[in-house]
Design a protein around this ligand. Structure first.
Ligand SMILES: [Zn+2]
Length: 417
């Protein structure tokens, strides 16, 4: 078979497009690349890119696109792309079936880039493909932006609003996650914005209509206890019941325990390895960490009390109904107040002033796992976007990893023009 015909078929080109020249060429420094030149058959009329009516050709422009590698060789398509003279839209460049307008990559190359960036850092993909990462970021932002813009939020009734660190040096972003308490479907990252204020919630509410949704449909909002988000919900999602979920309450208990540890250390106690041994549930610890935890709690009575308080607080959510949970929480608060541990006394005060919101977790029972998993995905995304210091890139990769997007990328050049 003729080599040009082979490439015409392999690329899935249809009339009037066909490969007219192809071959390997020296790219310098012992590297070679495959060139594939495409032309439209002479005499063809072509559709106007705006109105699709068949128009006479006006002139041509040579354009070039990076395509998937041919074996180990980078491959470039180039084509004399016609411009048509449309009676209505004047002179316009026709659309080619293998690439988006304005892109220097073919659709198949872009589909490959998107598949890789879902799994590995963009900088690593850039190195692998010998491309500049800013060009790849442009591809990621394009497809993610398009898929996110078309996302349907009309079924969203419950959200979690949270902050997350966007880089070291304490820049924070707000994330809004759709949660589904009864069926425990995986959480979906809906929205991300660069601040953490009441207005951040307003920005989410303002984005809802474009996604076929309205603020009044949100019935439940899980929050941390920061005043900013409570204000934001009252102002912008007024029909939502505010819930301070287990995850956020236990996060505060973890901080209180850590303050007790720091205080002891400050007073000269030897607490090597304690930071990790005291964190989280026992089931997550190694045998050695668990033994260290028990040893530390036995040797330092304050730590033992703090640990017992944290574990007891956790039991609040094991009660099947709100009334039992409330009794448990009341008993816990009076214990915490008598504990002679300042951080836990303060925590009891905080819980008392957020009482209704904590108990509002019944009957919905928001799973902390959903919120926790999104936050950890964003932290992974943050590491992947490192070095770019560009919030738009972080946002794009976070939506791509946690937004359940339906990406519209043709994987082959199947549609004839
Ligand atoms: Zn036209």
């Amino acid at each position: 078979m003729d080599q040009n015909l082979l490439f015409t078929l392999a690329l899935g080109l249809n009339s009037p497009w066909k490969v007219v020249r192809s071959g390997l060429e020296d790219g310098g420094a012992e590297s070679r690349f495959l060139y594939v030149d495409i032309e439209a058959e002479a005499g063809a009329q072509m559709p106007c890119p705006v109105c699709a009516q068949s128009c006479p050709l006006y002139d041509h422009e040579v354009k070039r696109w990076r395509h998937l590698n041919f074996w180990q060789h980078p491959t470039y398509l180039s084509a004399r792309v016609p411009r048509v003279q449309c009676p209505e839209h004047q002179v316009r460049q026709v659309t080619v079936p293998w690439a988006r307008p304005e892109s220097g990559f073919t659709l198949m190359f872009e589909a490959f880039v998107m598949a890789l960036t879902r799994e590995m850092p963009v900088a690593a993909v850039a190195e692998l493909m010998a491309e500049h990462d800013t060009r790849l970021w442009r591809v990621v932002r394009h497809y993610v932006g398009q898929a996110h813009a078309g996302q349907d939020w009309s079924g969203v009734q419950a959200v979690a609003v949270d902050d997350t660190a966007t880089r070291k040096g304490h820049r924070y972003a707000t994330v809004v996650v759709a949660i589904d308490p009864p069926q425990e479907r995986p959480a979906r990252l809906l929205f991300m914005t660069a601040e953490r204020t009441a207005a951040s919630v307003g920005q989410f509410a303002a984005a809802m209509p474009a996604h076929g949704a309205k603020p009044a449909q949100v019935q439940l909002a899980a929050l941390d206890m920061s005043a900013a988000y409570q204000k934001g919900i009252r102002e912008h999602l007024p029909d939502a019941q505010i819930v301070f979920d287990r995850f956020h309450v236990m996060q505060l208990a973890g901080k209180a325990l850590d303050e007790v540890r720091k205080h002891l250390q400050h007073e000269g106690a030897q607490l090597k390895g304690a930071l990790w041994a005291l964190r989280g549930n026992e089931s997550r610890l190694s045998q050695a960490q668990m033994e260290l935890r028990r040893d530390l709690c036995a040797r330092h009575k304050e730590l033992g009390r703090a640990m017992a308080l944290r574990e007891s607080l956790q039991e609040t959510w094991e009660w099947p109904e709100a009334a039992s949970a409330e009794s448990h929480l009341k008993a816990w608060c009076s214990w915490a107040v008598r504990s002679r541990l300042v951080p836990f006394k303060k925590l009891a005060q905080t819980l008392k002033s957020h009482w209704a919101g904590i108990l509002a977790d019944y009957p919905h029972r928001i799973t902390s796992a959903a919120i926790e998993s999104i936050k950890s995905i964003i932290q992974t995304a943050r590491r992947r976007a490192r070095g770019f210091r560009n919030f738009e890139n972080l946002k794009a990769i976070s939506y791509w990893m946690a937004g359940h997007l339906d990406l519209q990328i043709p994987s082959a050049f199947t549609h004839p023009i």
